[in-house]
Design a protein around this ligand. Structure first.
Ligand code: TRP
Length: 443
């Protein structure tokens, strides 16, 4: 991201940056394990419906708000509505992103530990040491995991402090397509394994009897998570955008890329699950257990696995820098001279809250309440409460308080006449959908 006055040069720059922020652990790590826990194909179907019917219009909404308000998100609501208390929506997003960074860094840390292991050949793919034997002992080792996440947070902090995100955007032009190619290679390998068909069926065939209310809620949460909705992250990105930025094209590309990466991740993991006899309900470790085994079957598997992990880390970092950046822009009020200290203090706090999240895979694993472990609860709080609440707040502001013509002017050229259906969806339907899904979970 950039400082307040600067703008993206082109729509492509904007799309690349916001796609980098949106596409991360959500699509690749979280989607497969969520799908594994909540019905496979049925989850995929619900996720697709929510992403297209709810997520896409909400993303267009966040882009429109950013373009209209052009400032950081803890004042943007006041600026647009003249009601100061509505800034609480911005603070809600800020809090969401702060906690999110806390548990995101746990997974970022795992990736770093795997990179070291594979690079230094401490553990080999051979005999699947990394996949199953070592995974549990790695993630329950407090020293290793806390160091791993510390490095992840440190990397994020340094990038944000130095303001070299621009360089990262350039790098993402080839890193992201490369990651994409790798995913396709893994999918092909996975699909050609013996016994892969069961898994393929599991992820592609919706068995509606497996839809539960909880699954519906988690599918909605997953759509919010992958598209970074309700955290105001996307509002911030759009607030840097120039007038020419096309809301619809940008939103549609990001949604399409996210869906594609999620499906590829599913196709990479599930066939391998059945081929190797894993359980789809492994939880957050799923990707880390299954992938080493797939690479083990490839020529030069260890080398390819290392490259894959580095690309994966890159995708996670382009998301985590925007998580930190959002806090930095809110607490510095876009004053760049305070950038370094604020980035430093926020990172320290994130590190502190990430420690119990990490330990919930080890010594604090026995602490279970509400949604599960401490880690599960942090995720649940963010993805299924704070993000939907933030999105709900913004729909109410946009639908009830903002001027329709103003919105229309910022919606951009509208050859397909999407504005009217979009507007009424935001004004009447989506708030009710969010409230309903929300209320039902507490009954
Ligand atoms: N969408 C990101 C991912 O899939 C995670 C995320 C959620 C995020 N909210 C965000 C990233 C806000 C940046 C800003 O990994």
């Amino acid at each position: 991201m950039m400082s307040k006055q600067s703008q993206w040069k082109s729509s492509t720059g904007f799309i690349l940056a916001s796609a980098g922020s949106a596409i991360g652990l959500g699509a690749m790590w979280k989607f497969p394990y969520m799908a594994g826990m909540y019905g496979g194909g049925a989850f995929l179907l619900m996720f697709l419906i929510f992403t297209i019917v709810v997520g896409l219009p909400l993303l267009m909404m966040e882009f429109t708000v950013g373009k209209l308000g052009k400032t950081y998100t803890t004042v943007i609501y006041e600026k647009l509505t003249k009601k100061k208390w509505l800034n609480v929506i911005g603070w809600n997003g800020n809090l969401a992103v702060f906690i999110l960074f806390g548990f995101y860094s746990v997974i970022g840390g795992w990736i770093i530990i795997y990179i070291f292991n594979v690079a230094l050949q401490i553990l080999t793919l051979n005999g699947n040491q990394l996949g199953s034997i070592q995974f549990e002992s790695i993630i329950s080792n407090p020293f290793l995991t806390i160091t791993g996440q510390g490095i992840f947070i440190l990397l994020t902090m340094l990038i944000v402090m130095m303001g070299v995100e621009k360089g990262l955007e350039k790098a993402s032009k080839f890193m992201m397509p490369l990651l994409f190619i790798f995913l396709i290679v893994i999918v092909i390998k996975s699909l050609t394994l013996e016994g892969s068909f069961e898994g393929l069926k599991y992820i592609l065939q919706p068995r509606l009897e497996e839809v539960s209310m909880e699954g519906v809620l988690f599918a909605l949460g997953q759509s919010f998570f992958t598209l970074s909705l309700g955290t105001t992250g996307m509002i911030t990105y759009a607030s840097y955008a120039s007038k020419e930025m096309t809301i619809k094209t940008s939103a549609i590309s990001i949604v399409a890329m996210n869906i594609l990466v999620s499906i590829l991740a599913g196709l990479a993991i599930f066939p391998a699950i059945s081929a190797f006899g894993y359980s789809p309900t492994e939880g957050p470790g799923l990707l880390f257990k299954v992938l080493p085994k797939v690479f083990d079957q490839m020529a030069f598997g260890q080398g390819f696995y290392l490259i894959f992990l580095i690309l994966f880390l890159f995708a996670a970092l382009t998301s985590s820098i925007s998580l930190l950046e959002l806090n930095v822009s809110n607490f510095t009020k876009n004053d760049n001279s305070k950038r370094k200290p604020v980035a430093f203090y926020v990172s320290i706090l994130v590190f502190v809250i990430s420690i119990p999240a990490t330990l919930s895979f080890g010594s604090l694993g026995h602490i279970q309440f509400a949604a599960g472990t401490i880690f599960d609860n942090m995720d649940f709080l963010v993805s299924n409460i704070l993000m939907p609440m933030g999105a709900l707040g913004t729909t109410l502001v946009v639908g009830q308080l903002l001027d329709k013509n103003d919105l229309k002017a910022h919606f951009g050229k509208d050859k397909l006449r999407l504005f009217i259906p979009w507007y009424y969806l935001i004004k009447f339907i989506l708030p009710i959908v969010i409230i309903l899904i929300f209320v039902v979970q507490f009954i």
